[in-house]
Design a protein around this ligand. Structure first.
Ligand SMILES: O=C(CO)[C@H](O)COP(=O)(O)O
Length: 152
């Protein structure tokens, strides 16, 4: 079965969110893309509202992952990480994107439209979709320690 992925961001990330959403919708590894906004560059909804809504969809099981875009990718990550059970990272290079899943089992990838070029962002998302955490890897106990701190 394919992935269900939430996409979202603020108006500073709207153009990338739309481009990356189109890529995900065309990706046969993805079953469903759920857009939680914003709806345009004139939509001033704050990034924390979008990012926490996206995180709640993942933590609640409605989606497997989320892709969040703001100006820097920082605010959406900070916000999504406030949702219990969410591990959100900001990553703009291939190694960090790979390790975000393979080491950290992060469900949320955040990027900044003002930081990374669009073609690199598209390549990173394409790579990200194919990654899978190995619960038998040596990283698993470290992720368990994060969950334990959070009270799981
Ligand atoms: O990048 C952002 C938050 O990390 C956001 O897109 C812009 O935030 P602002 O600099 O506070 O307007």
């Amino acid at each position: 079965m394919g992935l269900k992925i939430v996409v979202g961001g603020d108006n500073a990330g709207f153009n990338y969110k739309e481009a990356l959403k189109a890529d995900l919708e065309a990706d046969e590894r993805v079953d469903e893309v759920i857009d939680v906004g914003v709806t345009g560059t004139d939509d001033d909804t704050y990034y924390p509202n979008v990012a926490t809504a996206a995180g709640e969809k993942v933590s609640g099981g409605e989606a497997d992952r989320a892709l969040l875009i703001c100006g820097t990718g920082l605010g959406v990550a900070i916000s999504a990480n406030k949702v219990k059970g969410i591990r959100a990272v900001t990553a703009h290079d291939i190694y960090s994107v790979q390790r975000s899943v393979l080491s950290n089992n992060a469900q949320v990838l955040c990027m900044g439209e003002r930081v990374v070029g669009l073609e690199l962002a598209r390549t990173l998302v394409k790579e990200w979709v194919g990654l899978e955490f190995d619960p038998n890897s040596s990283s698993a106990a470290k992720v368990d320690a994060i969950c334990a701190y959070e009270g799981d």
